[in-house]
Design a protein around this ligand. Structure first.
Ligand code: SF4
Ligand code: SF4
Length: 363
């Protein structure tokens, strides 16, 4: 099965059992704290997320699969290149995982193909594939099946492969021996917690999604809390900082597939250029990209915040004029963020993003 998975572009597969009962208290506490924000679908599935056999009756094992997403031509020192983008306020930053094709489609198709290969070998079996799916406790399944350990930033990471990968799962109705989990190698490092611009990692292994830039720019609808806007800098879709700073990402794998190669026009692009996209252009340029899911309104909202932050740094280069051109946008959300951005000006206190290099983790 490992060879088939590799041929399909997965870097590693594992197997988890379906008794995740020890994860239920942590899940319930996270929900009780409201850390899921507006992701009501998380709460709606409740503890069923920790009970694969209730979600898909008959499930006895879960095959987990990992797919690296850094493009094949990613150079050494890519983390420094990404951090440098934060120093160019007029440039728009899209999270690394979202620069290519929509991973949901890529992973689902390939998990389905892997299921078909297994069925050819053992005969038909019941199964369902998932990736980044609300009812699945993905990180827990990944960690239990040895894809890595859950880092202080709450993502799965691995000594040999860092954390720049997607996870997917196949729920199957036949028993497979579980693969062994790996130990925690964060050591004394707290780099991800220290670097987080919005202090969203409220304690080791605990993320308040309501403060996380990934959540705010992608999942969150409506107005972004004003106190968080200056901290978002020029990140317009997602945020990579806690992964960029992680020492284990020296070992981040590269994708075996061209699907995650960056699309032209999404990297190194100016805020003004992306803000100028009409809805029709947005839909055209983001066809097959995960960015399309947020829609044109959130796209403009996010860029308006980044433009306001550029103005706070005393940079303009057409930003004020571009904002003014959108001041009468039909969306109240866009108008409100544009108005906020236009009120920003150079000299405003700009919260800085600390850049600890991180203690070398104990390995
Ligand atoms: S993605 Fe960004 S905002 Fe979210 S926890 Fe990581 S560093 Fe913080
Ligand atoms: S940055 Fe440090 S603490 Fe955070 S996940 Fe990586 S090794 Fe662990």
């Amino acid at each position: 099965m490992r060879d088939w998975a590799r041929e399909l572009g997965f870097s590693q597969i594992g197997v988890a059992g379906v008794d995740l009962s020890t994860a239920e208290p942590g899940l319930l506490a996270w929900l009780a704290n409201g850390f899921h924000g507006e992701m009501e679908y998380m709460a709606a599935h409740g503890v069923r997320r920790a009970r694969p056999a209730e979600l898909v009756p008959g499930t006895t094992s879960v095959i987990t699969a990992r797919m690296d997403y850094l493009p094949g031509n990613t150079p050494e020192g890519w983390q420094a290149i990404e951090f440098e983008r934060l120093e160019r306020p007029q440039e728009a930053i899209v999270s690394l995982y979202a620069r290519g094709r929509d991973y949901h489609k890529v992973l689902r198709n390939r998990l389905q193909k892997l299921s078909e290969r297994i069925a050819e070998a053992i005969g038909p079996f019941g199964h369902r594939v998932f990736t980044d799916s609300a009812p699945v406790l993905e990180v827990e399944l990944g960690a239990r099946s040895g894809q890595g350990w859950r880092g202080r930033h709450t993502l799965v990471l691995d000594r040999a492969g860092g954390s720049m990968f997607f996870l997917g799962e196949i729920y199957v109705d036949f028993a497979l021996p579980a693969t062994e989990p790996v130990g925690d190698h964060c050591g004394r490092c707290t780099a991800c917690i220290d670097v987080c611009p919005t202090n969203a990692i409220v304690a080791p292994y605990r993320l308040d999604a309501r403060r996380c830039i990934s959540y705010l720019t992608i999942e969150h609808a409506g107005s972004i809390p004003e106190e968080l806007r200056p901290l978002m800098g020029n990140r317009i879709y997602g945020c990579d900082d806690c992964q960029l700073v992680c020492p284990w990402n020296k070992f981040a794998g590269r994708s075996a597939l061209p699907d995650f190669d960056a699309r032209e026009g999404l990297v190194g692009q100016s805020l003004v250029a992306l803000f100028g996209w009409s809805e029709e252009e947005f839909l055209r340029y983001t066809e097959g990209s995960p960015i399309r899911r947020i829609g044109h309104e959130r796209w403009l909202r996010n860029i308006a915040v980044a433009m306001g932050n550029a103005l706070r740094k005393g940079e303009d280069a057409g930003i004020r004029a571009a904002l003014q051109a959108r001041a009468g946008h039909p969306s109240a959300v866009v108008r409100e963020h544009v108005e906020w951005a236009l009120r920003q000006s150079g000299g405003a206190a700009v919260p800085s993003s600390p850049r600890p290099t991180g203690d070398a983790p104990n390995s």
